[in-house]
Ligand binder design. Structure first.
Ligand code: HEC
Length: 691
């Protein structure tokens, strides 16, 4: 056989060329293929037959081939290309396998496949080869089916073996403790951990930790740095920390588990992304959700993936939206009531937005709420003609949750096209709104629209901040919201009733708000073909997490004071890959960024801290953290990371991190000592008090 190796290689190259055609004969497309064939010819990949190598090479899955070349080990490099075809796998399993393994794989004459303890290996490749080659000397015979069918079986086996697959995993594993729903609900009671994107379900980003405080903060020292292995994409990731393990996402859609005490890498999940995606902006990701013994991540190609917390192994992987239709995920999922909730990006490509909930254990979709009502549904008449089909309303930032009311609150993005609404007359519900959904059914309980019929890209992709507080002597469940349109809102979160609103930055779009909270438009502020200067330009704030401190009763927000020139353009459907925006805005180069402390009940300015000015605002997108140490942490586009006094805004500590801060800081404890962590540039920094 050895003698024929090179003959095989030559044949392989011929097959390869016939398969991919000369059109694709660029170095990038061919290189990994040739490398794989050469490595095989030299005696590598012993575990792969020539037939299998050829199938891989012809399938054109570049990233996976590259991984195979780099890692050299199919068990580690090859992942299931048909991971979502679980249903097809289930059908095949019932007809071909259940006679021995039992219906549903629960075991019978042959082993239980749901326990996750696979004697013969449990990576995707190991399962694939068990199924196609069988296990010699046992009644488990190889199944002679096309590759795709075998992969479907792998997908099905994965879907049923969620129970204990973490036990069977070789290699380094994090020492994890489970995070049941009760822990998530009571996250505020364990300030030593940071259990979700916003810290707690109420989105306040307030921590009870107070070792680092007004008196001690000056002694903060660097504890460790973790370098992201990412291309030049901004890091917006907010880590999650549970019992000494930190989970953080790396651009574009990878997940790293770190030892929170040292920053040492424990495992990394690397997402292979398809070549064809339509994404609006940066290839970034804001973080994971954790629940039970799983870590959940949304990916740029619009999948939702469940990983084993201990090892990073994939448990399930479902398609949330079609990447080539413009769907993408950059936000952290929200784990609530046994479900994983996730929103989508893609407003620039004229999607119809939605919020999805998936069963945490199985990945089955529990419900979908379309942010644009379909024909016959209430609100559909706020769109004209077919405009609703491509009306946008993306949901690319994590929502908040009130477990007592059973309501999930989620911000909805702007209508498409962004800068010319003439083709979509009407309010365009539920764009630029917050929606309150029943967590179990996804049914809409109420909505509040901040900006009806938006033409300024003032989406409502902000974090809902839920605060219980008295209003005029009566206890009220409130929602506080500093909106991109420049207004600060106080809503009753049981009913959605508007209680109060006023600008927190200069704004020229509205003459004021009606008693129902609807802006009274100033007509001269609409985009025009020649361009109209409007404040607050690209937004008084944006996705940057605000924070609320019950100690000071202040709402802290990263605010921008800067106008833009808004230009309306043609509304004709654009060419593929072009943005469906019908116009543009040009940010005026000068402008100022602040940390602003607003009185929670009115939004009146209590104090402000100047974060920066000028062109660096374009990259000044950091969120905030407030603590019981009476501090507010935040950062700017120049990489200055600061702690200011939560009472009066005095700067108490500052350090230069050398890269723009696009992320929000968090705090947790390691060995009973308080740690502050934030991503800047391409690094994650952790600080603690010097000894
Ligand atoms: C005739 C009975 C029989 C049929 C049919 C059968 N298997 Fe098996 N299978 C076995 C036995 C027996 C073993 C255990 C072999 C051993 O390790 O001793 C096994 C082992 C396995 C394993 C490995 C488990 C481990 O611990 O690593 C997998 C995966 C598997 N089977 C999948 C399948 C699939 C998928 C099908 C249908 C295409 C199938 N089997 C059909 C008898 C069968």
């Amino acid at each position: 056989m050895t003698r024929f190796r090179w003959l095989f290689a030559i044949l392989a190259v011929l097959v390869l060329l016939s398969g991919i055609g000369w059109r694709l004969l660029t170095l990038d497309a061919v290189r990994p293929r040739v490398d794989v064939i050469t490595m095989k010819a030299r005696g590598g990949f012993e575990d792969l037959s020539w037939g299998e190598v050829l199938t891989l090479v012809r399938s054109g899955r570049g990233p996976q081939l590259r991984a195979l070349v780099n890692v050299g080990n199919p068990f580690a490099a090859i992942s299931n290309p048909f991971a979502t075809e679980i249903a097809q796998g289930a059908e095949l399993f019932e007809s071909e396998c259940s006679s021995c393994h039992g219906s549903g794989g629960g075991g019978g004459a042959a082993p239980d496949l749901t326990a996750g303890d696979f004697q013969h290996g449990h990576t995707d490749w190991a399962l694939f080869r068990t199924i196609t080659r069988g296990i010699p000397g046992t009644s488990m015979a190889g199944l002679p089916v096309p590759d795709r069918k075998a992969w479907q079986l792998v997908a099905f086996i994965r879907s049923i073996s969620t129970g204990a697959s973490d036990r069977a995993t070789p290699g380094p594993a994090a020492n994890v403790s489970p995070v049941p729903d009760e822990r998530l609900k009571a996250a505020a009671r364990e300030p030593g951990n940071w259990l979700m994107y916003s810290g707690t379900f109420d989105g306040t980003r307030y921590s009870q930790l107070a070792d680092v405080n007004q008196q001690t903060v000056a002694a903060l020292r660097l504890k460790w740095v973790y370098q992201f292995e990412s291309a030049n994409q901004p890091v917006e990731a907010v880590p999650v920390v549970v019992d000494g393990v930190m989970y953080v996402t790396e651009p574009p859609s990878n997940v790293a588990a770190l030892d929170a005490a040292t920053g040492r890498l424990i495992w990394k999940y690397k997402r292979t992304l398809p070549g064809r995606m339509r994404t609006c902006c940066w290839h970034t990701n804001r973080g994971v959700a954790i629940a039970g013994r799983r870590v959940y991540v949304g990916t740029l190609d619009a999948h939702l993936v469940a990983l084993v917390s201990a090892t990073g192994q994939v448990v399930w992987d479902v398609e949330v939206g079609k990447a080539d239709e413009g769907f993408s995920i950059t936000s952290a999922p929200l784990a609530a009531n046994g479900k994983i909730l996730i929103g989508t990006g893609g407003g620039e490509f004229g999607i119809r937005g939605f919020i999805d909930a998936y069963d945490a254990a199985t990945g089955n979709r529990a419900w979908r709420f379309y942010t644009i009502p379909g024909p016959g549904e209430p609100g559909h008449d706020t769109w004209s003609g077919d405009s609703w089909r491509k009306g946008g309303g993306p949901t690319w930032l994590t929502g908040s949750f009130d477990p007592d009311l059973g309501l999930v609150y989620w911000g909805v993005g702007n209508p498409s096209p962004s800068y010319n609404g003439s083709g979509r007359p009407g309010d365009n519900l539920y764009t630029n709104s917050v929606v309150a959904l029943d967590v179990d059914s996804g049914r809409l309980r109420w909505h509040f629209q901040f900006t009806p019929h938006d033409e300024h890209d003032w989406d409502a992709n902000q974090i809902p901040v839920l605060v219980d507080r008295s209003v005029a002597g009566a206890a009220r469940k409130l929602m506080l919201w500093a909106n991109r349109n420049g207004f600060y809102y106080v809503l009753d979160r049981e009913t959605g009733r508007f209680l109060h609103g006023q600008p927190f930055v200069k704004q020229t779009r509205a003459k004021g708000l009606t008693p129902e909270g609807r802006p009274i438009p100033a007509v001269e502020a609409l985009p025009s073909p020649r361009g109209t200067l409007v404040w607050p330009g690209n937004g008084g704030t944006n996705w940057w997490s605000p924070s609320y401190s019950p100690k000071t009763d202040r709402f802290y927000v990263h605010a921008h004071e800067r106008p833009s020139v808004f230009v309306s353009g043609a509304t004709a459907a654009p060419q593929e890959r072009e943005f469906f925006e019908a116009g543009k805005q040009s940010e005026v180069p000068s402008g100022k960024a602040f940390i602003r402390a607003l009185k929670a009940d009115t939004g009146t300015l209590a104090w402000e801290y100047a974060l920066g000015s000028g062109p660096s605002l374009t990259v000044s997108h950091g969120g905030l953290l407030s603590t019981a140490g009476n501090l507010v942490f935040g950062g700017n586009g120049e990489g200055q990371f600061v702690a200011v006094d939560a009472e009066n805004g005095t700067e108490l500590w500052r350090t230069a991190l050398g890269g723009s801060i696009f992320a929000s800081p968090i705090t947790f404890t390691s060995d009973s000592r308080q740690v502050i962590a934030v991503a800047a540039g391409r690094n994650l920094f952790a600080f603690e008090l010097g000894k």
